[in-house]
Design a protein around this ligand. Structure first.
Ligand code: SF4
Ligand code: SF4
Length: 390
């Protein structure tokens, strides 16, 4: 495909993404592909317990074939993650190019340590639309503590500057924890002054090493306070926010809160990652996670194997996996979620339900029903969900 045509296609797709993705329920619109489990960090809360590469990670031919299948299944966006995906930089660059040639938008999540001006340019030239970089505190020591290595804060900030300098879109991923969530105003101001305008605030899901730090998870009251604060902050800033990690209804809840309060945000949250279907938890619904060894999980936060692409075609797994099909039928849900009036549009975070109960169809203990009722958001009001993929 010629460069001009490719640029045109990217512009059109950006426009399309600006209106949110639309698709039939059985289309994997977004795929999170963890290209390696290797990582140059060992963060305390890492949900995939990354450190060493898996011994049997997919090779380029296998990964390209998987992308061909994604394209024929209707995938619109692939997010490369890890581990640290830039430890397989050439692999990622080749796959990004392959995605672009098949009309799939790409983004990457990186801890920023390996971002140099040259690498940032390579990512941009390969057509990667956005990069997610973590900043977990404005206090360098606090960020470094969570990332488990001194100096990572400064390197992440330097990576952000490097990407912004060449207009590579940066989305900051930032953990909201019990002891640090109240720092959010300073954190957003710091990021704004850096030139960042998109922030995904992550809640802690007890998966991988995240299980060991669950005493750091926000309380329900803190979570609700944070949602309310982000919603009001949206009125006086050009920045756009999403809450990620088990809170897929955040954009819709925030929008409904604006509607009922008669307020108007300057921008409509992180529109790029809205999906126009009210299904809430999208694990196995419009989304799946491809693991480094070809295993398919319903979500990166729900480590249950639906199949492996070396043994079955991706199409077969997506259409026929018992795990994926059970997630698509909300009448299968149990406990509070099973009997809830918001079951079809929310469904609870299946990853958190699995981590906390051992049964992925059980109750999600973190529930925003009271907030939705208080804000008079009925199930019929919920028509979209946001990005909560890692
Ligand atoms: S009980 Fe809560 S988490 Fe579960 S579906 Fe209802 S609103 Fe969602
Ligand atoms: S399991 Fe569902 S709600 Fe939880 S992080 Fe995954 S997609 Fe989001």
């Amino acid at each position: 495909m010629g460069t001009t045509l490719k640029m045109l296609e990217l512009m059109l797709r950006q426009k399309l993404l600006g209106q949110g993705l639309k698709g039939e329920p059985n289309t994997p619109l977004i795929v999170s592909y963890a290209v390696t489990r290797a990582c140059n960090l060992s963060c305390l809360h890492c949900h995939v317990s990354a450190r060493e590469a898996m011994p049997d990670e997919l090779n380029l031919k296998e990964a390209m074939h998987a992308i061909d299948e994604m394209a024929s299944l209707g995938t619109e966006a692939v997010i490369f993650s890890g581990g640290e995906p830039l430890l397989r930089k050439d692999f990622v660059l080749a796959l990004a190019d392959h995605c672009n040639n098949r009309g799939i938008i790409t983004a990457i999540l990186s801890n920023g340590l390996l971002i140099t001006p040259h690498t940032a340019l390579q990512l941009q030239e390969a057509g990667i639309k956005a990069i997610g970089i973590p900043i977990d505190s404005v206090v360098p020591e606090k960020h470094d503590h969570l990332r488990n290595l001194p100096g990572t804060f400064n390197k992440a900030v330097s990576a952000i500057r490097t990407c912004l300098e060449i207009d590579l879109e940066v989305i900051i991923t930032t953990m909201a924890l019990k002891d640090t969530y109240s720092e959010m105003p300073q954190r957003l101001e710091f990021l704004y002054n850096l030139g960042v305008d998109e922030v995904a605030v992550y809640d802690l899901v007890p998966v991988g090493r995240g299980k060991n730090v669950m005493d750091q998870a926000m309380t329900t009251e803190q979570r609700v306070n944070l949602i309310r604060w982000l919603q009001s902050k949206q009125e006086d800033t050009e920045m756009t926010f999403a809450m990620s990690g088990g809170t897929p209804l955040y954009p819709e809840i925030a929008l409904e809160m604006h509607r009922s309060h008669g307020t108007k945000p300057k921008d409509l949250l992180v529109k790029e990652f809205w999906v126009h279907n009210g299904i809430g938890c999208h694990a196995g619904n419009m989304y799946f996670s491809l693991r480094p060894n070809g295993d398919v999980y319903p979500c990166t936060f729900l480590p249950i194997k639906a199949g492996n692409i070396r043994k079955q075609s991706l199409t077969d797994i997506w259409r026929n996996s018992e795990v994926l099909n059970s997630l698509r039928q909300r009448q299968n849900l149990k406990g509070e979620c099973g009997g809830c009036e918001y079951r079809e549009v929310c469904g609870g975070c299946r990853g958190r339900a699995y981590a906390c109960t051992g049964d992925y169809l059980e109750t999600d203990p973190v529930c925003l029903r009271d907030l939705m009722i208080e804000e008079k958001i009925s199930p019929a009001d919920i028509k979209r969900f946001g990005w909560c993929v890692g």
